[in-house]
Design a protein around this ligand. Structure first.
Ligand code: NAP
Length: 241
């Protein structure tokens, strides 16, 4: 019998992250539910277990070194390795986000979670990922981070945002640099766009369900060994960087 795949999903207590955890669990994987709030984390773990998912809680604030180090120790103790990391946790940052009037602290906060948080978690988890036979990293980005799409003449890419959208462009750029450094390893690293999903992030204005948004991340988490790396996908196919 093959070994059970071990995954960690950050920001998995609700929204798209919860559905990614549910979807990976439905594959028979053991899923770490990364979340900073204890009550919401344990509620998610309980709900996932009730649906048959082999879920365990991982206290995790992606902006906090000590929290991330403790998450590594917890996963190492429980599983000894990590096969799949889904960097899903994200924030939009507060409004307004017009470039000419924004509070720089809003930009800093978005970058701290959406970019530096991903770097912090990825680097901390890399030693565990390197122990996997088929490691995968999925970075939850957004098409609003695509400079190609944002700058296309006449493109309608949502509200002007100088914090959230550029934080996802930055995440895309960071993803490409990881791919370059880890090119000669077996780690497949891709970015995903879930589409516009109804979650807390947008006051439930999205038109897709969180489960629909989770599907692309689940697909990239479960790529075969000869699957793509260094690319950006949504449900419809490849998204331009
Ligand atoms: P959500 O419902 O607001 O969920 C965001 C998750 O991230 C929550 O679990 C939240 O935890 C967690 N989180 C935020 N900061 C964190 C931190 N410092 N440490 C740990 N966890 C943290 O939003 P969502 O729509 O599911 O978004 C999930 C991802 O998809 C994000 O990266 C988002 O940018 C991306 N995305 C969403 C859409 C969309 O239409 N919804 C579109 C494109 C991309 P708390 O409960 O503790 O706040």
């Amino acid at each position: 019998m093959s070994e059970q795949t071990i995954a960690l999903v950050t920001g998995a207590n609700k929204g798209i992250g919860y559905e990614i955890a549910a979807g990976l669990g439905a594959l028979g994987w053991r899923v770490g539910v990364g979340a900073r709030n204890e009550e919401r984390r344990e509620a998610a773990v309980t709900k996932l277990r009730e649906t048959g998912v082999d879920a365990f809680g991982v206290p995790l604030d992606v902006t906090d070194d000590a929290s991330v180090d403790a998450a590594v120790a917890l996963i190492e103790g429980r599983a000894g390795r990590l096969d799949v990391l889904v960097n899903n946790a994200g924030i939009t940052g507060s409004a307004p986000q017009m470039p000419t009037t924004v509070d720089p602290a809003t930009v800093r906060a978005a970058v701290e979670t959406n970019v530096i948080g991903v770097i912090r978690v990825t680097n901390a988890m890399l030693p565990l990922l390197r122990r996997s036979a088929s490691p995968r990293i999925v970075n939850m980005s957004s098409s609003v981070g695509s400079l190609t799409l944002q700058s296309a003449p006449g493109a309608e890419m949502g509200p002007i945002s100088v914090a959230y959208s550029p934080s996802k462009s930055f995440l895309n750029a960071v993803t490409v640099q990881y791919v370059r450094e880890l090119r000669d390893t077996n780690i497949l690293i891709n970015a995903a766009c879930p589409g516009f999903c109804a979650t807390d992030l947008n006051d439930f204005r999205g038109v897709r369900t969180p489960a629909q948004g989770a599907a692309i991340a689940i697909r990239l988490a479960a790529l075969p060994d000869d699957g793509p790396t260094g690319r950006f996908f949504d449900d419809a196919g490849e998204v331009p960087w």
